[in-house]
Ligand binder design. Structure first.
Ligand SMILES: Cc1ncc(C[n+]2csc(CCOP(=O)(O)OP(=O)(O)O)c2C)c(N)n1
Ligand SMILES: [Mg+2]
Length: 810
């Protein structure tokens, strides 16, 4: 990568050009928020908001990055509240149409926080939930290291995160920093916007020193851009040391109170309690010079920032963090005010600012004049930062419809999952792209077989000391399992970035993560973040439910199925039988593989938007998100599935399994002969009890059809789709095909699920029949499966009683 145009001086322009640009960036960012609040009538009385102060704080840093430091392959994460600065810069670079500028926070307009999937100007990392925007680029860099090791080096990208200082309060940041998977990533730069303010208050100064030490202890290169050049010059004068010591020792609350005061008052406040040496040093400096001097921070000094960036660039073997001292509300009348987080400039203040910059209402939204050095520099940077469009020639990943797994004896879905992955690791068109990860639960979630075949990823080969014949833990650059410490946040952040490798590292991958199901909730914010960002991956929550009986209540998941169903961009799947899992997992991998083959420019893709098509030819809309498999360690007899296979044939059965449910036992003949019909609907590990109940009901002359729901999510979505269609077109909705083929007749239903009962309780409404839903609606405890099933009414006797109750309601 050429660096010839990284400094305006190279084009014969002075630093004044960058300063002029940053003044315009500040103006546009401020005005974008102002327009959202004052120029637009929403008609609903709800405050629009936006963050002028948080944006102003980063104007210099982002101007220095975009107009003097970044190269085209670099990827950047911008703190949530600086989205107006990001868009202002993209506009000045010519990457955003002018019509968007007044649309911050409007429907279809610029998003309040940078969004990969909703913003029109090429956001690399979504941000919003503080802390995640810092960690995401770290895992993107870890992903790039993996991609480079397996598929050949890409053009070097630097992964930059620009984050608020209070974001460092978030635990996920420290989980990410501490994980060995993020060790030694020399292409990472975090820039902390040290404005010493959070939302509510001034951040105590001691925290910053502590954070620096923590990062240092974790092996990071820590740099400060604290004092601007005027202050540094003052420090170097005789007696200047005392000034420096005084400022260094000053509590943040005291320092922050200097902003917004008249110059004479600044002197008084600044020297309040100062030792004589400082009083003497400042005595010779007039008020109008002292006030700007003592608030001269390097985070608003372009030269200091560029020097610090270069220093960080030189670190090749460890991540860097730059603590850039800034002023929240820099250059605005609200600068440094502890209550400025949501403060907005008045219309008068905006008018004055516009006037001061020599702009008028007619010219205020203009780009930099192309005839001026600043305009020419922006044009040069636009060219420098332009990313070459990528060829979309398919990606070589071909996932089969099934691995052909055979299961003659009882087997659990967790065990089948491990075997399917091992099989796929032998398939040439799939194996290179598979990458697994787990937060210290790889072996207990059945990834050992895969790890034995593919090894564990490490950027450098490591000698294996253990000679365990069951688990070979061979670590090296060829390994395809990335082991994490016990952090479910890290799991979902890494899966998210592996699942965006098709975009951020130009390499589609098939990421598969495993986690104990209850702890999906521990990583939920990162899970949501990753799928909101458009990532494509597979996660298996296993084991799940009260079925892991002896493990007890703390390990038993109940609400995870609801989470899986309700999360947008996630398809929730919970099969009971091994062959069904084989079909469903291969189908999910096929869908994930399609990400890399599709058009991939951010802004162009709309993950979650369904398009006509068919997963595995099932006639359902194509899914464009991630997959969540909820699995179990309970081995169950596979014979009933084989019987359904013999009865229906693979083509029909597979289509129904993929669509969300099929009749495992069909009592249509008995019903036709006059037996009262009922549907027993099971999902996952409880199918044996459901089958037993069906047999008991048959003995009593009741025609119990057993439906195995493989994905309550797909069935629910199919139902909702037709309902919404009906609502939108004001026509009577029909029952969707997926539901009709599993439930061809009208009959009461009993739903049975080792999860919160509500996950399938909607079926009664969908079918227009009485329904009794059995599930786990209280915390579990240790015991045997039979004990737990009895305690939660999942045993066959309870299912029979529920069926009789449902029949009586009919
Ligand atoms: C996970 C999460 N919790 C809370 C918030 C609400 N919130 C938004 S900004 C903010 C303070 C951020 O302070 P800092 O990171 O220092 O940013 P600044 O505005 O000072 O630049 C808070 C608490 C959030 N966005 N995300
Ligand atoms: Mg802050």
């Amino acid at each position: 990568m050429e660096h010839v145009t990284t400094s305006p001086a190279a084009l014969g322009y002075g630093a004044a050009v960058l300063d002029e640009i940053q003044q315009r960036v500040l103006w546009l960012a401020t005005r974008i928020v102002d327009a959202a609040n004052h120029d637009r009538e929403t008609g609903d009385g709800v405050k629009v908001g936006g963050h002028q102060a948080s944006s102003a704080s980063l104007v210099t840093v982002l101007t220095a990055l975009y107009f003097a430091h970044l190269d085209a392959p670099d990827r950047i994460s911008v703190k949530p509240h600086a989205s107006p600065v990001y868009h202002a810069i993209q506009y000045l670079l010519g990457n955003l149409d002018r019509s968007y500028l007044p649309t911050l926070r409007a429907f279809g307009g610029l998003q309040s926080y940078p969004s990969r999937t909703k913003d029109p100007d090429g956001v690399d990392f979504s941000t919003g939930s503080v802390g995640l925007g810092a960690a995401a680029p770290l895992f993107a860099a870890a992903t790039r290291r993996y991609v480079d090791a397996h598929f050949g080096a890409r053009p070097r990208s630097r992964f930059v995160a620009v984050i608020g200082d209070a974001e460092l309060d978030e635990g996920n940041i420290w989980e990410a920093v501490a994980d060995p998977a993020t060790d030694g990533l020399g292409d990472v730069l975090w820039i902390v916007d040290v404005n010493r303010q959070s939302l509510d208050r001034v951040v105590p100064g001691v925290r910053i020193a502590q954070w620096e030490q923590q990062l240092s202890a974790a092996g990071w290169h820590v740099v400060e851009a604290k004092y601007g050049r005027a202050l540094q010059a003052a420090f170097s004068r005789p007696g200047g040391d005392s000034l420096r010591d005084w400022i260094d020792a000053m509590p943040n609350e005291h320092y922050q109170s200097l902003f917004g005061l008249e110059p004479a008052a600044v002197r008084e406040r600044f020297l309040d309690g100062a030792p004589p040496a400082v009083q003497d040093f400042c005595a010779g400096i007039p008020d109008h010079e002292l006030a700007p001097l003592v608030t001269d921070l390097a985070g608003h000094d372009l030269g200091s920032l560029l020097t610090a960036f270069a220093e960080c660039d030189a670190e090749k073997d460890r991540p860097s963090v730059l603590f850039a001292y800034t002023i929240k509300g820099w250059g605005l009348p609200i600068a440094g005010n502890p209550r400025n987080h949501s403060a907005l400039l008045t219309t008068d203040q905006i008018d004055q600012m516009r006037h001061r910059l020599g702009l008028t209402p007619a010219t205020e939204w203009d780009r930099l004049d192309p005839m001026t050095p600043a305009g020419q520099w922006a044009a040069a940077r636009r060219e420098h930062l332009a990313r070459a469009p990528r060829p979309h020639t398919g990606n070589g990943v071909v996932v089969p419809d099934a691995t052909g797994l055979r299961a003659a004896r009882p087997i659990s879905t967790q065990e089948a999952f491990g075997r399917i992955l091992v099989d796929l690791s032998r398939a040439e068109s799939v194996a290179p792209y598979l990458v697994t990860t787990a937060p210290d639960v790889a072996t207990s979630t059945n990834l050992a077989g895969f790890i034995n075949r593919t090894g564990v990823f490490s950027p450098v080969p490591r000698r294996a000391w253990s000679e365990d014949p069951v688990l070979k833990w061979a670590e090296g650059p060829d390994g395809q399992h990335i082991e994490l410490g016990i952090s479910e946040m890290n799991l979902f952040l890494l899966l998210g970035q592996l699942g965006l490798a098709w975009d951020l590292s130009d390499q589609p991958l098939l990421p598969v993560g495993t986690v104990y199901d209850p702890f999906v909730l521990r990583g939920l914010d990162a899970f949501i973040y990753s799928v909101y960002s458009g990532a494509r991956f597979i996660v298996a929550g296993t084991p799940s439910g009260v079925t892991l009986a002896p493990e007890g209540g703390a390990h038993q998941s109940t609400i995870t199925a609801s989470v899986g169903m309700e999360l947008p961009n996630v398809t929730f799947i919970e099969p009971a039988y091994a062959v069904a899992l084989d079909w469903l997992l291969c189908g999910a991998l096929q869908s994930v593989a399609a990400a890399g083959a599709a058009v991939t420019r951010p802004g162009a893709t709309q993950p979650g938007v369904t398009q006509p098509g068919a997963p595995g030819g099932g006639g359902e809309p194509t899914e464009t998100g991630s997959y969540y498999f909820r699995l179990t360690t309970r081995g169950i007899d596979q014979q009933p599935f084989q019987a359904a296979r013999d009865r229906l044939g693979d083509a029909i059965l597979r289509r129904q399994v993929l669509a969300g449910g099929y009749r495992l036992v069909d009592a249509a003949d008995e019903a036709a002969a006059g037996a009262p019909p009922v549907y027993l609907v099971g999902c996952g590990a409880v199918l044996p009890e459901v089958l037993t109940a069906a047999a008991e009901l048959a003995d009593e002359g009741i025609a119990a059809t057993v439906v195995d729901v493989t994905s309550p999510d797909r069935l629910y979505r199919a139902w909702q789709r037709t309902l919404r269609q009906g609502v939108r077109t004001a026509t009577a909705p029909s029952i969707p095909g997926a539901i009709r083929s599993a439930f061809p007749n009208r009959a009461p239903v009993v739903t049975v699920h080792d999860a919160a009962s509500h996950t399938m309780s909607w079926l009664g409404s969908a079918l227009g029949v009485p329904a009794v839903s059995l599930g786990v609606d209280s915390f579990g405890q240790s015991g045997a499966v039979a004990d737990l099933y009895r305690a939660h009414d999942l045993d066959s006797g309870s299912i029979v009683n529920a069926a009789l109750a449902a029949l009586s309601l009919g």
